[in-house]
Design a protein around this ligand. Structure first.
Ligand SMILES: NC(=O)c1ccc[n+]([C@@H]2O[C@H](COP(=O)([O-])OP(=O)(O)OC[C@H]3O[C@@H](n4cnc5c(N)ncnc54)[C@H](OP(=O)(O)O)[C@@H]3O)[C@@H](O)[C@H]2O)c1
Length: 289
């Protein structure tokens, strides 16, 4: 069966991984990069090098762009004057939801279908079906090209609003930094008493999967707007965070992260919600009306 042609614009670390995955799956792949030498390995593996952005776009109905930012995307595509008409533009460059929506309007004006993407992995994870690729925008385009895009990772359809994939991406990265921060803090704490990071890691990983179970349970509480403290109350957790702060202070471990958690819990208790579950703290993050 012949595979769909695809064009990749931008061959930095991520764009090169995307093009390599398309090639490995047998897709005729046309590539373009500002610095042409970055295409050499891909060309050696069978990619076609385009001399200009216009030639690259003309080569395939499906055009994937992965460059530094949305300003560069516009810089590359605006001079094409109609060259995108009838094509599908998949923009996996990182940006804000507002930039994605603006890009979708611009692409519609060019007569192109537009999908905005968030890549939830690093280059070595491209091509692994466990990696999530978030898409929003033209769901029709996603369905038309699903099999090709699935070569990169699991395509997650987030619907017609082109800004939503970027919004998920930003939120998920924030979540990642919070998890990294909590894990690094805990690793520093146990490390102060001589525990190696590698010895702590398996226990930390099992704990992450237990914490994951609460995400599912608490999401239901948040959507229902009711936070029954029938597992562990904020009162109990406020008392417990003091043990963490105390142990950290004695060992000279930076306490800013647990201090923030303590502050949020103490506010909820002061507001009369000490008997609720931890999910009540969503109120601390929500926009004030
Ligand atoms: N790396 C990751 O793990 C990862 C994960 C998720 C999302 N992303 C996103 O993927 C995008 C690319 O990241 P990357 O890691 O591939 O970055 P990178 O290795 O620094 O590559 C940047 C790319 O943008 C091109 N570029 C920059 N300015 C340009 C300009 N003025 N005109 C034309 N091309 C220009 C570069 O071309 P030259 O080669 O000529 O410099 C290169 O192809 C970013 O939006 C990033 O946030 C990356």
């Amino acid at each position: 069966m012949s595979r769909e042609s695809v064009t990749v614009l931008g061959l930095g670390q991520m764009g090169s991984a995307l093009a390599a995955a398309f090639l490995a799956a047998g897709h005729p792949t046309t590539v373009w990069n500002r610095t042409p030498a970055k295409a050499d390995d891909l060309v050696a593996d069978g990619a076609r090098r385009a001399g200009t952005v216009a030639d690259a776009v003309a080569a395939s109905e499906l055009v994937v762009v992965c460059v530094l930012d949305y300003g560069v995307v516009r810089e590359l595509l605006e001079p094409l004057a109609g060259g995108l008409a009838g094509r599908t533009l998949v923009n996996v460059t990182s940006g804000s939801p507002e930039q994605a929506r603006e890009m979708a309007r611009w692409a519609a004006g060019q007569g192109a279908r537009y999908l905005d993407g968030g890549i939830m992995t690093t280059p070595p994870g491209v091509g692994d079906t466990a990696s999530m690729f978030l898409y929003s925008g033209s769901t029709e385009a996603l369905e038309a090209h699903r099999a090709t895009l699935a070569v990169l990772g699991d395509p997650i359809d987030l619907g017609e609003d082109p800004g939503i994939a970027s919004l998920y991406d930003a939120g998920l990265l924030g979540m990642m930094w919070s998890v990294f921060g909590g894990w690094l803090h805990a690793t520093a704490l146990v490390g102060a008493d001589g525990v190696a990071a590698g010895a702590f890691a398996p226990v930390a990983l099992r704990w992450l999967s237990t914490v994951g179970l609460f995400v599912e349970r608490y999401a239901g509480q948040i959507d229902a707007g009711r936070y029954p403290g029938d597992d562990a109350t904020i009162d109990v957790q406020l008392a417990t965070v003091d043990h963490l702060l105390h142990a950290g202070a004695l060992r000279g471990v930076d306490g800013r992260l647990p201090e923030l958690h303590r502050e949020l819990m103490a506010k909820a208790v002061a507001d009369g919600h000490g008997g609720d579950s931890y999910a009540r703290l969503i109120e601390a993050f929500r926009p004030t009306r």
